[in-house]
Design a protein around this ligand. Sequence first.
Ligand SMILES: [Zn+2]
Ligand SMILES: [Zn+2]
Length: 260
Amino acid sequence: MSQIFGMIEQVRDQAERVISAAAMAALDFVYPPECLLCGDEVDSSGPAFCGKCQSKIKPRLKDECPRCGAPVGSYADLTDGCGQCRRESFAFDRVIRLGIYDGDMRQACLRAKARGGSGLSRGLAASLVNEKRSLFEQLAPDLVVPIPEHWTRRLLHSHYAAETVSREIARQLHVRWTRTTLTKIRRTPKQATSPTPIRRRQQQGSFGIRRAADISGKSILLVDDILTTGSTANAAARTLKQSGAKQIVVAVIAVSPLRK
Ligand SMILES: [Zn+2]
Ligand SMILES: [Zn+2]
């Protein structure tokens, strides 16, 4: 029986590689001359959002904690992180994000996740790179890796936001992208309602590495669409580090305003 499952897994992997190669080739993507959020006309060579929508999805506070991405006041002490993350231990080294998961940004993320949201996902990813380009370049990742989903869940979605976002980031930064190195080996509950310690326990051992040689000594950009409690990113980062990754930077479109 296990042999049969092994074979199914192999066939699925091969298919994924073929699909991703084709998808990569089709990624020479031009944004439509309209805002991806409100549909107003924008300069086709410019950003994917109109000025009004860009300011709507921008966080109110300009500063952020580099360790967890939480919004902070200009004079916050960030030596060991912020008030929200100081007592937590993370396997990742820092977080880069575009905004905060509330209000208009939350609506945008929900639309990006839904069927037909891949264009919006790419637009948000492009905005993230645009906003934080110098930081990305300074961190110089070797590899872009999406937080994977269990294959039984993947079957249900027309596109998977973490993957779409990560691919666009890789394309914009000209960094190698892979979705077959880090895998989800066990299904975990979807809802983010459980307290962090329980979520952490649920996530433990749920990720696997397929080709450790790909990540040994590498600096990895680990991408998801939303960072809620950080438990998922933490478990994925720990798995990558245990397989020899040197640095893990988590990149997301938005972080939850309150993570408890
Ligand atoms: Zn707009
Ligand atoms: Zn923090």
